[in-house]
Design a protein around this ligand. Sequence first.
Ligand SMILES: NC(=O)c1ccc[n+]([C@@H]2O[C@H](COP(=O)([O-])OP(=O)(O)OC[C@H]3O[C@@H](n4cnc5c(N)ncnc54)[C@H](O)[C@@H]3O)[C@@H](O)[C@H]2O)c1
Length: 321
Amino acid sequence: MSIFITGVAGFIGCRLARLFLERGDSVAGFDNFCRGSRHNMKGVLEHPNFSFSLIDLADLGAYRRALCELHGRDPVTEIWHLAANSDIPAGVTDPNVDFRDTFLTTFNSLLLMQELGIDTIAFASSSAIYGDFGDQSLTEDIGPLFPVSNYGAMKLASEASISAALESHLKRAYVFRFPNVVGVPATHGVIQDFMLKLKATPGNLDVLGDGTQQKSYLHADELIDAMLFIRTHAHEKMNYFNIGADDDGVTVKFIAQAVVDRVAPGATITFGHGNKGWVGDVPKFRYSIQKLANLGWRPRLGSAVTIRKAVDEIARQEYGQ
Ligand SMILES: NC(=O)c1ccc[n+]([C@@H]2O[C@H](COP(=O)([O-])OP(=O)(O)OC[C@H]3O[C@@H](n4cnc5c(N)ncnc54)[C@H](O)[C@@H]3O)[C@@H](O)[C@H]2O)c1
């Protein structure tokens, strides 16, 4: 297979590329390094079956030129679209960020797939499309959906565009609704944020919100395993799945303590007010992964073990120890 990955220099994209290469596929990827980096692609960039271009996917002209050139050389069989803005608060401050990096990158990808006759897309969606349902278990068919962040809105709009494209030119789509995913190389996320804060003000960790926000966390190894499982075993035209841990998650307080214990024992933790970390944050969600379990995949690790494992990995990344 000849796989094309957008956002290939990011946290999940570079890991996915590595796995496809190990499997014997040829892989090409684009990224504009707004968050990803060459460093993340160590071991991938040098691979003889990998090619990379530095492209802003929101720039349709540049994207078209590069993809046509690539497709002419080695016809792309499917697109794994992972490029997006991964900083939710940034999209609250300036909604243009999510319009460009989260929606327009999807829209342009679909446009070029139509032009070039590439008929299969795998898309990194998010639990953020659901909005705030409180304690209700989020099944894939719950609704109506009213996202509370611009990021969630642009992911939902992307899913809608994929659905429409299935009526015209796409043959098959895989929509993966990710939970919070952790591991290395970390490019963002609560664990890395806490470590960066502790580096700036050793001795105190200032937490946004009162620490009671509770979410489920999945390790990147398990996420990728689930994505590949779905790609192999789901055969509908539109294959959409929640991917997540099989529990109610852990609190921000738990994560703060795990980070302090690992990298700054004895540091004090100061909590803010209210149960939201920022505007657009969903303080609590319960993810149903029954549909994925029915297909035959279940996570091995719970959220607490996942967090401890990722804290250790990210500590090595940030502190070298
Ligand atoms: N990591 C998570 O917890 C999580 C949760 C839900 C959904 N997701 C989704 O999974 C995907 C991958 O997430 P990640 O954690 O690897 O994030 P990431 O930020 O590490 O990777 C995204 C990559 O996309 C690139 N990118 C962004 N805009 C671009 C543009 N206009 N042109 C070219 N490249 C561009 C960035 O430089 C980055 O390398 C994203 O779509 C994200 O929204 C991630």
